[in-house]
Design a protein around this ligand. Structure first.
Ligand SMILES: Cc1ncc(COP(=O)(O)O)c(C=O)c1O
Length: 484
């Protein structure tokens, strides 16, 4: 229990805390307590942090201290806060909760929940035969100690080949296998970032990348993506030129959560501008295998790299299976050696058997990935049709790849909606999880990775609670001061 959240920070996180279902019926203290519980449930407020003193929070929210006192009392009674007299109050969760794979806190008994917090598919049928074949290969490795800090050679060769097939010359020495893309990102950040370094990210962006950056104490600046158009080339390049961040983390290929695809001209200008500014680029290609509707892919961003400015990370979680935990870094051979050395102090190496499974899956790439794309296109279309039918007032750009819709809602109600949807068995990741400081309340990410019937069912339930939010009395919306 070391960290502390200040009054101003919590106020920013709470954002439109009045915007809760039943606001007209419930008193302020209950609305405040519910909003804090919501922040805890969706991971924006960590466990074990000290909340601001009552007076400080009352000042930050411009409400009476009695309201905060009552809200804290309610949070203590519901098991979300523990207090020591004179020392402060710390966040906690009542018993019976666990961390879901989305990073969100969930009750233990939520097996019937339709989980739209996770943007990943179930395993493909080819996984079992690939695992059997991998066990047959294993004896070849059993005569050695089995530690391969950059990964086993056959997997590095297969990954390098996939870049060559995309037109980017790559040798196996330029590849390091990791335990998932998130691990790749964490290792790259460990090596590249001194504490308090400046980093540019898209807004919205992938929340776990923000978590990895927070762990390195990065100072984060954002480039806002437009719902329809994605990156604003001139603005993005100008902000790199002017603020010269140490590093920029970007997802040019079917960006999570917006699904945008960065055009080739911007890729080229981005790499040139980053080099001139002394900015390293970390390019996350998690979704690059998942263009839909035959959308052609621009060349990899690293194609334009002449100065080892671009580190590319990718992995098998999205086209294959997250449970495999196979990712990688593509960088210069010396950078790979430095990363491997850093890894020795972290996890030493990836499991050999899992890497062999990956080799077998990659050998079947075209069959598996083609089926995934068809499945995703069908599910996306079912989700779009259900939204057009039940929630026509929401705006959504049809993504040409990836696994998510980024929906613009008809009001800044994303967190309130997520809390209400939980009550009817749908877990949502509200917009603010994809940005900084409680912005993006007008947005919601909806993945289309579940079967079509579940997606349609989920939309029906969400539409019902959206309607309830209105019936509960619509508060006077205050536009957020920052729109990302
Ligand atoms: C953009 C992005 N990067 C990284 C990851 C993490 O992937 P992995 O499961 O390979 O660690 C995800 C997963 O959702 C993602 O969307």
């Amino acid at each position: 229990m070391t960290s502390q959240v200040r009054g101003g920070q919590l106020a920013r996180l709470l954002g439109q805390w009045h915007a809760l279902p039943g606001r007209r019926r419930s008193p302020d203290y209950a609305a405040l307590a519910a909003a804090v519980r919501g922040l805890l449930a969706d991971g924006r407020l960590p466990l074990g942090v000290r909340l601001p003193a009552e007076r400080e929070l009352a000042e930050a929210l411009r409400i009476s201290r009695t309201t905060v006192t009552a809200a804290y009392r309610e949070l203590r009674e519901s098991g979300h806060l523990t207090s020591r007299r004179g020392a402060g109050s710390w966040t906690m969760l009542p018993g019976g909760h666990r961390v879901a794979s989305s990073g969100l806190w969930t009750p233990q008994d939520d097996l019937d929940m339709i989980d739209l917090g996770i943007a990943a598919l179930a395993a493909p049928p080819e996984l079992i035969p690939a695992t059997r074949a991998a066990t047959e290969d294993l004896p070849r490795y059993l005569g050695s100690a089995g530690y391969h800090p950059t990964g086993i050679i056959e997997l590095r060769e297969a990954i390098a080949r996939s870049y060559v097939e995309r037109g980017l010359p790559t040798s196996p020495e330029q590849i390091m296998v990791t335990n998932g893309t998130q691990h790749a990102l964490d290792l790259v950040l460990r090596l590249a970032l001194a504490p308090a370094s400046s980093v540019l990210v898209e807004s919205p962006t992938y929340p776990n990348a923000l978590a990895a950056l927070a762990a390195r104490r990065a100072r984060i600046a954002t480039h806002g993506l437009a719902v329809d158009a994605g990156w604003d080339a001139d603005l993005l390049l100008a902000s790199i030129r002017q603020s010269r961040p140490r590093l920029a983390y970007l997802i040019p290929d079917f960006q999570n959560p917006t699904g945008h695809l960065m055009p080739v001209e911007l890729r080229e200008r981005l790499v040139g501008t980053a080099h001139a500014a002394g900015t390293d680029l970390v390019i996350d290609e998690s979704f690059v295998d998942l263009p839909l509707d035959g959308t052609p892919l621009p060349p990899p961003t690293a194609t334009f790299d002449r100065h080892s400015r671009v580190v590319t990370i990718g992995g098998m979680s999205k086209p294959y299976w997250g449970g495999l935990r196979i990712g990688w870094v593509r960088a210069s051979a010396p950078q790979v050696q430095r990363l491997a050395a850093a890894r020795i102090g972290v996890d030493m190496a990836s499991p050999v058997l899992d890497q062999l499974v990956a080799v077998h899956l990659l050998a079947e790439a075209s069959t598996i990935v083609t089926a995934r794309r068809e499945q995703l296109a069908r599910q996306r279309d079912a989700l779009l049709a259900a939204l057009a039918d039940r929630l026509p007032q929401w705006r959504v750009a049809v993504p040409r790849g990836g696994v998510t819709l980024w929906v613009e809602l008809d009001g800044p109600v994303s967190s309130a909606l997520a809390r209400a949807a939980e009550e009817v068995g749908v877990r949502l990741a509200p917009g603010p999880r994809f940005g900084l400081d409680g912005t993006l309340e007008r947005f919601l990410r909806l993945p289309f990775t579940l079967p079509a019937a579940d997606l349609v069912d989920a939309v029906h339930r969400i539409a019902a609670v959206r309607y309830d939010l209105d019936r509960a009395g619509r508060p006077q919306w205050r536009e957020p001061s920052v729109i990302a």
